[in-house]
Design a protein around this ligand. Sequence first.
Ligand SMILES: [Fe+2]
Ligand SMILES: [Fe+2]
Length: 194
Amino acid sequence: MYELEKVLEFLRENLDEFRYGHSIRVMETAVELAHIHGVDDKKAEMAGILHDSGKWKSREKTLQKVQDWGIILSEEERAEYNLVHGALSTYIAKNIFGIEEEDVLNAIKNHITGRPAMSDLEKIVYIADMIEPARNYEFIDDFRAMAKVDLDRTMYEILNENLAHLIRNDRYIAGTSLEARNYYLKITKQGEIK
Ligand SMILES: [Fe+2]
Ligand SMILES: [Fe+2]
């Protein structure tokens, strides 16, 4: 069963120090955004603290867990290692901590790529991951302010930022991220698009 203390113990044991701190900061940021936007704060806590729980210190250990637990990876997850921890973290939330709420599991699963038509909880976790206090990049203060007032607009801006970063660094872009970006373009810029 889910208990925050038990999750913290699990994370302390398996994640490196930075990732452990990051998980706590994302949880706190997600809970703060949940309060502002009227989302269940317990769900924000669960999804926030567990979102990176499948990020073991080494790639070998991570891939070993995929095998041990018989997790079937999608074609994209097989092609891009960074996507693998979404499936693993979701597995951990469900099978180790007994979380059944679909919305919480979706927020964990989709925190890397985003997707079209996300729930408010999913948006909050995606955004919290990108604006937690230790993150630092151009425009982050704008995103922090925007996240308090408009989740859709913030999704659009942060998806753009992430895609630009991936392109600049010759990194793989998941199809879902592009779909998400176009979806939030359409709903935030309605009427402005030529
Ligand atoms: Fe992640
Ligand atoms: Fe993260």
